[in-house]
Design a protein around this ligand. Structure first.
Ligand code: PLP
Length: 224
C-alpha cells in the first residue's frame, strides 16, 4: 500500500489544479478521508499525514475509530445512511452528518442531540433508484419544516454522483446541486445557511471542485 502522505500529495496536486481552473482558493475546499474500509491504524496514519477530517458510514465503524483515534484535532463526519434507531449512538459524537434525508430522521436528531448538529441534506439529483436522498424539488419544503428544529443547522447539501463513466453526466449532477444551493441560500432561512457543498469522491473530486464542492469525501484514492 502506498503511504497516505504520497497519496495526499497526488490528491492535493489535483485539487490545486481544479481550484485554479475554477478560479477558487484551496482554502475553500476540505478533504475528508473516508476511512470506512480501513483499519484504525490506517486511520491514525491519515491524521499523522495531517488530514484531520475523517468520514465513516456506519455507527459501529465510527465508534470503533473514535475509541482508538483520540487525537483532539480529529473532525468526525458521518457520511452514510443513518437508521433512525441508531441516531442516539452517533449524534452527540460527530461534528457533521451528511445524510439527512427525511423528516423522521430529523425528528430523532432533534430529540437526541444535546447541542446543535451541523447537517447536510442529502439530495438524489440523478434520480437513481438505488440512491438515498430527497429529490431536488423536495428540499425547499423540507428546509422550511426544519426551521422548527432547534438542534439542526443545515450547513449545506450533499450528493453522490451517478455510477457512470460519462463525465458530462457527473458534472451536470454537481452543477445542479450548486444551482439548488444558490436558490436555497436566497431564502435566507436562519437554520439553513447552506454555505457548504459535500460532493466528489475518489473518481470525480476534481470535477466536483470545478463545480463548487467545499467538502470532498475521498476513500480509495487516499487511504485505500
Ligand atoms: C465510500 C464513500 C465515499 C468515498 O468513496 P471513494 O470512491 O472510495 O473515494 C464517499 N462518500 C460516501 C457517502 C461513501 O459512502
Amino acid at each position: 500500500m502506498t503511504t497516505i502522505t504520497n497519496n495526499l500529495q497526488a490528491i492535493e496536486a489535483k485539487m490545486k489544479a481544479a481550484c485554479e481552473r475554477a478560479g477558487r482558493s484551496m482554502d475553500d475546499v476540505t478533504c475528508i478521508a473516508v476511512t470506512k474500509s480501513v483499519t484504525v491504524e490506517r486511520t491514525a496514519e491519515a491524521l499523522e499525514a495531517g488530514i484531520t477530517h475523517l468520514g465513516e458510514n456506519r455507527p459501529e465503524g465510527l465508534l470503533l475509530k473514535q475509541q482508538h483515534v483520540t487525537d483532539e484535532r480529529a473532525v468526525w463526519h458521518y457520511i452514510g445512511s443513518l437508521q433512525t434507531r441508531k441516531v442516539k449512538q452517533v449524534v452527540n459524537d460527530v461534528d457533521y452528518i451528511h445524510s439527512l434525508d427525511r423528516l423522521s430522521l430529523a425528528e430523532e436528531i432533534e430529540k437526541r442531540a444535546t447541542g446543535v448538529v451541523k447537517c447536510f441534506v442529502q439530495v438524489n439529483v440523478s434520480g437513481e433508484q438505488s440512491k438515498h436522498g430527497l429529490s431536488p424539488e423536495e428540499v425547499q419544503p423540507f428546509l422550511q419544516q426544519l426551521q422548527a428544529f432547534s438542534h439542526i443547522e443545515v450547513v449545506g447539501l450533499m450528493t453522490m454522483a451517478p455510477n457512470t463513466e460519462d463525465e458530462q453526466i457527473i458534472r451536470g449532477v454537481f452543477r445542479r446541486l450548486k444551482e439548488l444551493q444558490q436558490q436555497l441560500q436566497a431564502l435566507q432561512l436562519p437554520a439553513a445557511p447552506c454555505h457548504e457543498l459535500s460532493m466528489g469522491m475518489s473518481g470525480d473530486f476534481d470535477i466536483a471542485i470545478e463545480e463548487g464542492a467545499t467538502f470532498v469525501r475521498i476513500g480509495t484514492a487516499l487511504v485505500g
